[in-house]
Design a protein around this ligand. Structure first.
Ligand SMILES: Nc1ncnc2c1ncn2[C@@H]1O[C@H](COP(=O)(O)OP(=O)(O)O)[C@@H](O)[C@H]1O
Ligand SMILES: [Mg+2]
Length: 446
């Protein structure tokens, strides 16, 4: 395209301005030619600059800074502005200062005579001018300076693009995380509700069985006494043998009833939310030590060493229910003894206590980690449900963790989770508030 004809020097708005008819185009043409604005009040200079630059760039020529600003304000994106310093109206530096406000990314270059360098250096220092070119200049030098400036411009653009990408990815990541956290807490709430409703059902059945079992046991004791009495009074020779048989049966009946009573007691543990006692001031480290002490013989037999780590903090004051806390610790350690290290080979257990702030309330975290065989894959997703056990054939009820879950969540207002890798070990993490909630979540009563 031939260069535009320079305007008559007296004309304020440049006639050679070619961009206006196209209207606003906000996108930089970094893949095509760069957009360059050239401003000089002297038509011959403008003509010369146009001849040098037009083949390489998409140039717009203006006779004044005012005219150029009007075009830029109409929405044109400009990659580089080259302006003469000495002009009758707005000076080159004044133009570039205004341009910086309107289009900070545009590279700003000024052409000036030797005598004007003082003003220029100030403008460079204020960041309004990227480079100045002293007149008279060599054509190759001018071209090379413009190329360098536009390379720099592209780097800046790329930087901005990358930054914007990064910010967008970050935002998306945060949104995803928030979404996942919400989903997870919904799943957890549903899981808790499922366990609680199962637990309530079982506890209800246990309550119903309790009385008839007690009655059956008493009746059995009465029968046994009666048999002994009848046999003692009888003179029949067969009576002795019949008596022994009957007494054996009574003993068997009593043992079975006692076992049933035990199981019913365990079932009733699932209704821990019914037991509301006043919280007591105690210390978690002491409770942990006393639980380990109580399990001393079992740990020694299984050759399991327990390490307690308290993260440098010596005291973990807790206003809560000491029996319940010990029940939790003991059940979890017993599970490690029973399920993690079954091969008499011994092993170790880490028990870590720490404190943290959670939405402004102090919470304690207790981690119990063993390095044993891990929870079987089929048990893992339902580990806190009642009757889930991998050792039913050995008389296990699968109630231990269901009871613990209930105690932690209902009585202590906390959470419990299990992480396990087969062959590597298992870690239970219990988190409880330092102050047991005054209002215990009663759970729907059924
Ligand atoms: N520390 C552990 N290591 C491996 N498996 C475990 C551990 N703790 C619990 N389990 C698994 O979780 C199941 C459920 O535990 P629990 O509710 O205490 O019932 P139970 O001990 O009566 O089996 C266990 O049968 C076992 O499969
Ligand atoms: Mg158990």
């Amino acid at each position: 395209m031939p260069p535009d004809r320079p305007a008559d020097s007296g004309t304020e708005l440049a006639r050679m301005e070619r961009w206006m008819p196209e209207g606003p185009t906000p996108v930089s043409q970094s893949h095509g030619r760069h957009r360059v604005v050239v401003i000089d009040d002297e038509p011959e200079n403008l003509e010369l600059l146009s001849r040098i630059l037009q083949p390489e760039y998409d140039c717009a020529l203006f006779a004044s800074g005012e005219a150029a600003l009007a075009a830029i304000e109409a929405g044109r994106q400009v990659d580089l502005a080259l302006v003469d310093q000495r002009m009758p109206g707005m000076s080159g530096i004044q133009f570039l200062a205004l341009l910086k406000e309107r289009s900070p990314q545009t590279m700003r270059l000024v052409l000036s005579a030797h005598t004007e360098l003082g003003d220029l250096i100030d403008a460079v220092n204020r960041g309004e001018v990227y480079r100045y070119i002293v007149k008279p200049f060599k054509i190759d030098e001018l071209r090379s300076i413009l190329r360098q400036a536009l390379e720099r411009y592209e780097l800046g653009q790329e930087h901005d693009r990358l930054l914007a990408d990064l910010q967008r990815s970050n935002r998306e990541l945060q949104e995803n995380q928030a979404h996942l956290a919400k989903e997870r807490s919904m799943r957890e709430a549903m899981y808790r509700e499922r366990i609680h409703s199962l637990a309530r059902t079982v506890a209800g059945v246990a309550h119903a069985l309790n009385t008839p079992l007690g009655v059956a046991k008493s009746a059995c004791a009465v029968v046994r006494t009666a048999i002994k009495q009848v046999a003692a009074d009888s003179v029949e020779p067969m009576a002795g043998e019949v008596r022994e048989d009957l007494l054996d049966s009574c003993a068997l009946l009593l043992r079975s009833l006692s076992r049933a009573e035990q199981v019913v007691q365990e079932f009733k543990g699932l209704a821990a939310f019914d037991m509301v006692a006043d919280p007591i001031d105690c210390d978690l480290v002491e409770l942990v030590q006393s639980s380990i002490h109580a399990l001393g013989p079992a740990l020694a037999t299984a050759k399991i060493a327990v390490r307690v780590q308290t993260n440098g903090t010596q005291a973990f004051p807790w206003r809560g229910h000491p029996d319940s806390f010990e029940q939790i610790i003991e059940a979890l350690i017993q599970n490690s003894i029973r399920h993690a290290y079954t091969e008499q080979g011994g092993g170790s257990l880490d028990l870590r206590l720490s404190a943290a702030d959670h939405n402004g309330t102090k919470r304690y975290r207790i981690e119990i980690e063993d390095y044993g065989r891990g929870v079987p894959a089929e048990v893992r997703p339902r580990i806190f449900e009642p009757f889930v056990t991998s050792q039913r054939d050995r008389g296990a009820t699968g109630l231990g963790l269901a009871v613990i879950h209930n105690v932690v969540t209902n009585m202590l207002g906390g959470t419990i989770r299990c992480e396990s890798h087969e062959g590597k070990g298992t870690m239970f993490t219990v988190e409880i508030p330092a102050l047991v909630p005054g209002q215990l979540p009663s759970g729907p009563t059924g």
